[in-house]
Design a protein around this ligand. Structure first.
Ligand SMILES: [Zn+2]
Length: 160
């Protein structure tokens, strides 16, 4: 692999990253990265970036949203319009129950589970949260192993 910055040779390494997110210290171990031998530029594997984005989004959601969410809260979480949430609920793409004949309610953990298998990854990571560079396409979806890693990290964070 060639460095996009200086054209030098890039070397594949494993790397630990520490990041502060929503006031919590997060540590990602054994991430795959490419480092340029000439200029020091670093690039992370898209799958690893995706994994971190999912993890950070889950933590963010844990902090900001209640266990049972209404349409507005889900719209905020997914960064979509209320109408989109209604459509997803009606079509069954988002797990939801109707209460009182008209009001939709969503379980936070089910929304997050739907997210990690869905295609909403783009908006996940704000610029100031953590400086990561992802080149190329981020693959859709996570493997079962990735989800285990995420769950383990979330459990660790909850224990603190
Ligand atoms: Zn370089």
């Amino acid at each position: 692999m060639q460095c996009y910055s200086c054209g030098g040779e890039m070397e594949r390494i494993k790397k630990d990253i520490e990041a502060n997110w929503k006031g919590r210290q997060m540590i990602f171990r054994g991430l795959h990265a490419w480092v340029c031998r000439s200029c020091g530029e670093q690039v992370y594997e898209p799958e690893d970036v995706r994994l971190m984005q999912n993890l950070m989004r889950s933590v963010e959601a844990d902090d900001d949203y209640p266990e049972i969410m209404n349409v507005q809260e889900v719209a905020d979480l997914l960064r979509v319009s209320n109408q989109t949430v209604y459509n997803l609920a009606r079509s069954g793409q988002l797990p939801a129950v109707k209460v009182g004949g008209r009001e939709w309610r969503f379980r936070r953990d089910e929304v997050l589970a739907a997210l990690s298998s869905g295609d909403q990854g783009e908006a996940a990571c704000s610029e100031e949260s953590i400086h990561l560079v992802a080149r190329g396409q981020i693959k859709d979806g996570l493997s079962a192993e990735d989800e285990q890693v995420i769950k383990k990290h979330i459990e660790m964070l909850k224990d603190e």
